[in-house]
Design a protein around this ligand. Structure first.
Ligand SMILES: Cc1ncc(COP(=O)(O)O)c(C=O)c1O
Length: 390
């Protein structure tokens, strides 16, 4: 079809074409095998380095032996296992909420909760840099969508005064996935209280990294009582798969009954649920892992800043190297790959036009040695490409 070819050609011309996937032939770890070469991996969401953890592998094996491999049905029919119930209880306890519900992915959780809660009678105030799954949930809900400038509380307040309706929701990422910065949650809470609005936080990138016992951004801001909907994913620091929503019992009951992305999909297999159960325990107890990641991140950021890169002022292991032009970002990516470093090039629509970047993210299993090598190469190519001054 002409239309499809035209779209693909346009994407290629703008440096936005995605087809050349890198296929890993080893586990998700600081060093991976790609096309027979050992490569340093820098863009993973496996922040705590648990994807290859022996305890999690054992949990999966045990669950496979006891329950088999497939769930066999959706949660409302034959696909609910005792493990699902245990995980939902554990997430609620971990997040300090009354109840929780597990979806198959974070994407499905966002789409599910927003489109079930909101309809045409709602107004949703949404940070411009929120994750695509939040936007898709908003669009599916048919609520009025008002996007405010990234983390800009003046803009949010102005827009609330102008557009506030009968039912209102403010939704924000806790940690922004492509920036690594934190939402100004205390200020958002103040505005929400003043205007009697609900708050939802997507904590995909905060869980395991921030807050008391790694329970996430809401805990970091000491805001468990003030956030109505805590959403997150088990696919990043928890090294598993699945999304969740945690909150009041009646909210979770409502989602169980009406959320289409929960109802009309086969449940997650027992092995994935068993891994999530075990990894939440590890996240809670392994403080050293979290602290090491924090120290490593701080050192790495300081080194980048010293070399002249602009680095987000934040405490998370997400470190975007902003290049700007999409083509140049891909060139930077290719140069690093030739030197044995794999860091994804992020381009529109994942980020705004003109802000293409390499999204570096660190893992608690990276070593200072490997990262020193990375720094040398990033500086070298950054200078050559004019990202930093030579
Ligand atoms: C902020 C944010 N929310 C939601 C998701 C979706 O989670 P999942 O990968 O579990 O679908 C992601 C990442 O993919 C994310 O970065």
């Amino acid at each position: 079809m002409k239309y499809i070819f035209k779209k693909l050609t346009e994407a290629k011309e703008k440096g936005l074409y995605r087809g050349d996937f890198k296929y890993l032939d080893s586990c998700q770890a600081p060093r991976v095998e790609i096309d027979g070469r050992e490569i340093i991996l820098l863009g993973s969401n496996n922040y705590l380095g648990l994807c290859n953890d022996a305890r999690l592998k054992e949990a999966a094996v045990q669950a496979v032996n006891q329950y088999g491999v497939g769930a066999g049905g959706s949660r409302l029919t034959t696909g609910s296992y005792v493990l699902h119930r245990k995980l939902e209880e554990k997430i609620a306890e971990f997040k300090g909420t009354e109840s929780s519900i597990v979806f198959n992915t974070g994407y499905m959780a966002n789409v599910g909760v927003i489109s079930t809660l909101c309809d045409r009678k709602w107004v949703i105030f949404c940070d411009k840099y929120n994750h695509a799954s939040i936007i898709d949930g908003c669009l599916l809900s048919r609520a009025r969508l008002i996007r405010y400038k990234h983390c800009d509380m003046k803009d949010l307040e102005r827009k609330i005064r102008e557009y506030k309706g009968e039912n209102n929701l403010i939704v924000t990422d806790g940690v922004f996935s492509m920036e690594g910065d934190l939402a100004p949650l205390s200020d958002i809470i103040k505005l929400a209280k003043e205007h009697e609005m609900l708050i939802m936080v997507d904590d995909a990138h905060g869980m395991g990294v921030l807050g008391e016992n790694g329970s996430g951004t809401v805990s970091y801001f000491n805001a468990n009582e003030d956030v109505d909907i805590q959403m997150g994913t088990l696919s990043k620091a928890a090294a598993s798969v699945g999304g969740y929503v945690a909150g009041k019992k009646y909210l979770i009951d409502y989602l169980r009954n009406f959320s289409r992305s929960f109802i009309f999909s086969t449940a997650l297999p027992p092995a994935s649920i068993a891994v999530s159960l075990e990894s939440i325990d590890i996240i809670r107890n392994d403080v050293n892992r979290r602290n090491y990641l924090k120290e490593l991140t701080q050192w790495f950021k300081e080194e980048l800043e010293f070399a002249g890169f602009h680095v987000t002022d934040t405490i998370t292991p997400i470190i975007p190297l902003i290049v700007g032009d999409a083509g140049k970002t891909v060139e930077f990516f290719k140069n690093l790959l030739e030197d044995g470093i794999y860091v994804p090039a992020i381009r529109p629509p994942a980020v705004p036009k003109g802000s293409s970047r390499l999204r570096i993210s660190l893992m608690a299993t990276h070593t200072y040695n490997d990262l020193q090598y990375v720094l040398d190469k990033v500086k070298l190519h950054g200078k050559r490409l004019g990202v930093i001054e030579g």
